[in-house]
Write a protein that binds this ligand. Structure first.
Ligand code: NAP
Length: 247
């Protein structure tokens, strides 16, 4: 079933790789970005160059109003069939006793509330209970949810732990309404997120701690997400798939 797939944070990294694959699967892609309009434009152009259809839409997933506007814009592109809750942030390395209420509030608002509200909009459109034709949601968790990221960013790990529980609960809630809900838990993936947390060398530093002794690529994570979105995963819901090289 092809239609519109909304991908938050699709201007760079894992989300951008997902956008290309979703377009190749025949979907029109709503390419979410928050500040890097040029990067979002490049993704849209790359999709168009392959004959696909995409539109860049600015959305801060920390804003409930932006999320409403994102889905209204996606409605104009056609019927929604998928959502990838990909936008996410990390903070600089900090112990729990150094994390203040402001940082914690933003970490949870962007990483948890944003995914929750986007999924809510998607369910209202895709659920057979609401007259929809079904669809799929994929949430971005992290290996940090399992490891806890002590001494690094427990706030981020806890946010991703919430994403795991959210995935399990929503999957069961809408399983008989035509919607599958799954998550991927990436490990050490070569994107700009590490630099945004003040650690541009993190991938090189962590490589040896990965059983496969290498980082993953955005495309390797996107392949797992594309499979979960597709009909090939038609009996898969409530799954949390590690894409971690064994970590
Ligand atoms: P990235 O390279 O840092 O890209 C982040 C993307 O999210 C960009 O498109 C950015 O938009 C967008 N974004 C940032 N803040 C946003 C906000 N408030 N509202 C909406 N969009 C926002 O990230 P990534 O590494 O691809 O990570 C993607 C997801 O995978 C995240 O949920 C992350 O937690 C998870 N993950 C990543 C790794 C890893 O090692 N890379 C590991 C585990 C989990 P702009 O381009 O406009 O700034």
């Amino acid at each position: 079933m092809s239609g519109v797939v909304v991908i938050t944070g699709a201007s760079r990294g894992i989300g951008a790789a997902c956008a290309l694959l979703a377009a190749r699967a025949g979907h029109a892609v709503a390419v979410g970005y928050v500040s890097n309009a040029a990067a979002a434009r490049r993704v849209v152009e790359a999709i168009a160059a392959e004959g696909g259809s995409a539109r860049a839409i600015r959305v801060d997933v920390g804003s409930a109003g932006d999320i409403k506007a994102l889905f209204a814009a996606a409605d104009a592109m056609g019927p929604l069939v998928g959502l990838v809750n990909n936008a996410g942030i990390v903070g600089p390395r900090a112990r729990v006793d150094q994390i203040d209420a402001g940082r914690l509030e933003r970490m949870l608002r962007v990483n948890v509330t944003g995914s929750f509200l986007c999924a809510s909009e998607a369910v209202r459109r895709m659920s057979t209970r609401h007259g929809g034709k079904g669809g799929a949601i994929v949430n971005l968790s992290s290996a940090a949810a399992k490891i806890g990221a002590g001494g690094q960013y427990v706030d981020y790990a806890a946010a991703k732990g919430a994403i795991d529980s959210f995935t399990l609960g929503l999957a069961r809630e809408v399983a008989d309404e035509g919607i599958r809900v799954n998550a991927v838990r990436p490990g050490i993936i070569d994107t700009e997120i590490h630099a945004s947390g003040g650690e541009p060398d993190r991938v090189a530093q962590m490589r040896d701690a990965v059983p496969m002794k290498r980082e993953g690529s955005a495309e390797e994570v996107a392949n797992a997400i594309a499979w979960l979105l597709s009909e090939k995963a038609s009996y898969v819901t409530g799954a949390i798939l590690d894409v971690t090289g064994g970590r």
